[in-house]
Design a protein around this ligand. Structure first.
Ligand code: NI
Length: 138
């Protein structure tokens, strides 16, 4: 673990009020922890824009009765098998399925996989969560 360094920050009062409201809303106990999280979030975004090795999750909601939809969803996943770690399929009810696809690989490839799944006709909802492998993040 690296050394803890203190530094002063000058902010407009209005901006500080907004920051403190944000902290309260998100249940942070102090400004430092909130700031650390914001910095980490930006660094993870940077990993994604620079096409680094990352992890992430894709979620899908679809009706498995829709003709050929399951085949299309599976075909795309097989095309990207190298960056899929696992897939969890949950039967929500008689018609609807919820799928969580856990990915690891180059960010551009994962984004491409997400766009291909999202754009399949009749997919009711597609979600995307960027994450990091964590090794370059203190
Ligand atoms: Ni199902």
């Amino acid at each position: 673990m690296s050394n803890l360094v203190r530094f002063g920050v000058s902010l407009e009062e209005d901006l500080l009020v907004k920051f403190d409201n944000h902290i309260k809303k998100h249940k942070y106990t102090n400004r430092s922890e909130a700031l650390r999280d914001m910095i980490r979030e930006e660094l993870v975004k940077k990993e994604w824009t620079e096409n680094k090795e990352v992890t992430g999750a894709i979620t899908l909601v679809y009706d498995h009765h829709t003709r050929e939809l399951v085949t299309k969803v599976l075909d795309v996943q097989h095309d990207y098998h190298a960056c899929i770690l696992s897939t969890q399929h949950i039967h929500l009810d008689h018609h609807n399925c919820f799928e969580i696809i856990v990915t690891k690989g180059k960010s551009k490839e994962i984004e491409e996989l997400y766009q291909k799944l999202k754009s399949i006709k009749s997919v009711k909802h597609a979600g995307f969560m960027m994450a990091t492998k964590g090794k370059d993040l203190p």
